[in-house]
Ligand binder design. Structure first.
Ligand SMILES: N[C@@H](CCC(=O)N[C@@H](CS)C(=O)NCC(=O)O)C(=O)O
Length: 213
């Protein structure tokens, strides 16, 4: 499947993956046309010979253009798409752009590595809480606390408008309940999730009130 002829930007991703939603939402927001190729992580799609020939790292998301260029890494793909459209998803001010980058690096090092990993283990691998490294809950709650601090004072992670930092952080924050995190402890984050989902025109992913976590 991955090596078929392509005629326009093609995004390879698994719809259950927040990382894969980041370039998709960015392309949708920018009105960039693309084909979506679903790669089933749980069925080993990222480890097939065909897929590995495109991305030896064996991970989605992956962007591929008809001229043969391929680009892995969710945040790199978002950046390239937004930059190529001169989008205001990247602040014009150099310092604010650096702040946005700072959140993107933090997301990959301190947020995704706890919240996405715990969600995957709990929600998809069906591990009980006892089987999951307790450090993941502590690290994830700490990351949500950092976001709460920022979002108590500002509507968006950087400046007065949505940037790529919001898109990157939304991907797994909106699904944190699937990892056993309780976002009602972080009310500013909860409000920001709704704001960002509305801005991107995507459905609300929060659990219904009273639902078990
Ligand atoms: N830092 C990478 C992480 C990508 C990643 O972890 N992808 C996961 C899905 S969220 C994957 O493809 N896992 C399949 C595998 O490892 O075989 C990014 O942001 O794109």
């Amino acid at each position: 499947m991955p090596n078929r002829e392509i005629t326009r930007l093609t995004l390879y991703g698994d719809s259950i993956s927040g990382n894969c939603m980041k370039p998709k939402w960015t392309a949708d927001r920018l009105g960039i046309a693309y084909d979506w190729v679903e790669v089933d992580i749980l069925a080993g799609g990222t480890q097939s010979g065909e897929f590995l020939s495109l991305n030896p790292v064996g991970q989605v998301p992956l962007a591929r253009w008809p001229d043969g260029r391929v680009l892995p890494q969710s945040n790199a793909i978002m950046l390239y798409l937004a930059e190529s459209e001169n989008s205001d998803l990247i602040p014009g001010d150099a310092f604010q752009k650096a702040q946005m980058m700072s959140w993107l690096f933090w997301e990959q090092y301190s947020h995704e590595t706890a919240i996405a990993v715990r969600r995957f283990q709990k929600h998809y691998l069906k591990k009980s809480d006892d089987e999951i490294d307790p450090a993941l809950m502590a690290k994830g709650r700490r990351a949500l606390g950092v976001m709460e601090l920022q979002l108590t004072y500002t509507d968006w992670m950087v400046g007065n408008d949505m940037t790529l930092a919001d898109i990157a952080l939304l991907a797994y924050t909106r699904l944190a309940h699937e990892g056993g995190f309780d976002l009602s402890e972080f009310p500013a984050v909860e409000r920001w999730v709704s704001r960002a989902e509305a801005e991107l025109g995507i459905p609300h992913a929060m659990p219904k009130e009273g639902a078990a976590l």
